[in-house]
Ligand binder design. Structure first.
Ligand code: 5RP
Length: 267
């Protein structure tokens, strides 16, 4: 890796411990105003102090994040579809000039292995890697799962390995049973997505198991911003990723930061 690439990569995966807490708030690019992200600035601002980096679109970056913020940006540069259509029909949606203008630390693009538009998304990844190598910007490949795909180790290993072979610098995927096999067969760092909202304790277990399985960190969205205590959740996840906290210790952090309203709702 050239200096610029290494330097940007180190903003995402911290060199002190080789770990990363990425806050994913890019969901609106195909989901629109999804639950918890209706007003992006309100959701994002209180969470940024606890995130190593934030993954979002250029629209939300420009409208909803203070340009004085020092949090590194992972820019979503693929899209072109909505939840109403075939999600695999994506293309690159941001020019490299705009990526440079926005001073981002990495670019993120989804690949849809096994879906109708598999080939186009893999070719897009390769083109993006060429641009990333030219300007020293790491590429995060998101192994998005098509409607009929199983999220198992066999499928996710296939998708992660292809992403790495095509030059992705870091791969984001889902947690699954035998997650260690996915990590072992992927020659670049793997970061785990949170997936759909599950109970907080389960989400913390997922994060801990993923780290145990060899993930460098988490790129978590819904399980943070749809929680009854988003700040509590990101702090708890952070403790697992960076401070070797157990699930029980992390759960205490989450519980202790819940506001009175959330505590009342939980009984
Ligand atoms: C969508 C994405 C999201 O960033 C990803 O799903 C992570 O968020 P969550 O933890 O909510 O799954 O890449 O394609």
């Amino acid at each position: 890796m050239d200096w610029g690439m290494k330097n940007r990569f180190a903003r995402i995966v911290k060199s002190e411990d080789g770990r990363a807490v990425m806050l994913a708030v890019d969901h609106g690019y195909f989901l629109g105003p999804t639950g918890g992200l209706e007003e992006p600035r309100k959701t994002i601002e209180p969470l940024l102090p606890y995130a190593d980096s934030v993954m979002l679109t250029r629209g939300v970056l420009r409208t909803s994040v203070d340009p004085n913020s020092s949090v590194p940006v992972v820019l979503r540069v693929s899209g072109g579809t909505s939840i109403l259509q075939d999600l695999s029909n994506e293309d690159i949606t941001v020019s490299i000039e705009d990526v440079l203008r926005l001073n981002v630390s990495a670019m993120a693009l989804s690949i849809f292995v096994g879906s109708e538009h598999e080939r186009e998304t893999l070719v897009s990844l390769s083109k993006l890697v060429d641009e990333g190598e030219r300007y020293g910007i790491p590429v995060l490949a998101v192994t998005a799962v098509g409607k009929d795909m199983a999220r198992d180790a066999r499928y996710l290993s296939l998708a992660c390995r292809i992403a790495a072979e095509l030059g992705a610098h870091i791969v984001k995927t889902y947690y699954c049973e035998e997650f260690g096999k996915v990590v072992e067969s992927c020659p670049v760092p793997v970061i785990v997505a949170g997936g759909k909202k599950i109970p907080e304790l389960d989400a913390l277990r997922l994060a801990a198991n993923a780290i145990q399985g060899g993930a460098v960190g988490v790129d978590m969205g819904r399980n943070i911003f749809q929680s009854d205590s988003p700040v509590g959740m990101i702090r708890a996840v952070r403790a697992i990723v960076h401070e070797k906290a157990s699930v029980e210790q992390a759960a205490r952090i989450y519980e202790s930061t819940k506001g009175p309203k959330a505590r009342r709702a939980a009984g």
